[in-house]
Design a protein. Structure first.
Length: 91
């Protein structure tokens, strides 16, 4: 029983690391690029458009990053589940 709880703790520790990393990326992109650094980023334009880069991150860029992070999370969790063989033995 102790071995099972150790495995579960390792699983959740790795899961929380993944979540923490992805939430940090999302916060940097949405709050950092879209709000805090927007005035500085606005001196640059999104390549191929007339949109200021800070405006683009605030309006669309953070949403694109969020959707990408959802897919990255699903992919990483599938790998983590495979690593810990979750769901294969009825646990």
């Amino acid at each position: 029983m102790s071995e099972d709880s150790d495995v579960a703790q390792q699983y959740w520790r790795k899961n929380l690391k993944i979540i923490s990393l992805l939430l940090t990326i999302w916060a940097v992109v949405s709050l950092g690029f879209g709000i805090a650094l927007a005035p500085w980023l606005n001196q640059y334009q999104l390549p191929g458009t007339e949109f200021p880069l800070g405006f683009w991150f605030a309006q669309q860029g953070s949403i694109y990053v969020f959707v990408i992070l959802i897919f990255v999370y699903a992919w990483r969790m599938n790998r983590l589940d495979d690593e810990f063989s979750a769901g294969q033995d009825g646990r």
